[in-house]
Design a protein. Structure first.
Length: 219
């Protein structure tokens, strides 16, 4: 009697990613392509057709995710700002427990980490420039900067009990804007070494955050 043949081992079949995951991957790929193109050709010349050609997709495929080129750049801006904001929140979590002096002593650390995020993002500094230069996109930057201002005001207010909340908000809001300007300077001003940009920006931001509260309150 012949022995029964052993069943052949089954091979593991790799499962395709869920539809939602594939859609997210496609969207991120389109944003990466668009960021690179933005750095190459600028805001005026970039187009959805150009993005489609570089990404190897049809225009209808792109329009499933973005209405036009401004929607693409807006999504790029929100992605960059979200990643920068995550760095800021993590930075506050690391240093707040040690007091406001510890926070301000580590401003340069924050500036450097933010710069690394911008540099690693496809078209990072060009995205920042587009958010500054394009009125249709300014709300992305303003909303993001107001959000992190609100978060910092809530975190820092206990350290400034005698400072009116609106003064603290104004001070931090201007500091946030200055921090992003310093980030852009790293790729624009070649007469100032990056280390000096970080050092000088940190010094100025410390002066803003730890200003003369008595003089401010008297105004």
């Amino acid at each position: 009697m012949t022995k029964p043949r052993a069943a052949a081992p089954t091979r593991a079949v790799a499962k395709a990613p869920p539809k939602q995951a594939r859609a997210q991957q496609t969207r991120e790929h389109l944003l990466d392509i668009a960021g690179g193109l933005l750095a190459e050709v600028g805001m005026e010349r970039i187009s959805t057709n150009m993005i489609c050609t570089r990404a190897g997709v049809t225009p209808p495929a792109l329009y499933r995710y973005f209405e036009d080129k401004y929607a693409v750049i807006e999504a790029l801006g929100r992605r960059l700002m979200d990643r920068q904001n995550e760095v800021l929140i993590a930075w506050m979590d690391r240093h707040l427990a040690n007091g406001i002096d510890a926070v301000t002593a580590h401003i340069e650390e924050l500036l450097r980490e933010t710069a690394r995020i911008t540099e690693s993002e496809p078209g990072g500094v060009w995205i920042e420039r587009a958010l500054h230069a394009t009125p249709k996109l300014a709300h992305v930057r303003i909303e993001s900067h107001r959000y992190v201002t609100d978060r910092q005001v809530e975190a820092f207010a206990p350290f400034f009990p005698d400072l009116p909340r609106e003064v603290l908000w104004r001070r931090i809001r201007m500091a946030v804007e200055f921090g992003y300007v310093a980030d852009e300077m790293l790729s624009e001003e070649d007469r100032i070494p990056p280390d000096d940009v970080f050092a000088e920006a940190s010094r100025m931001l410390r002066l803003v955050l730890l200003g003369d509260d008595k003089q401010e309150a008297a105004k």
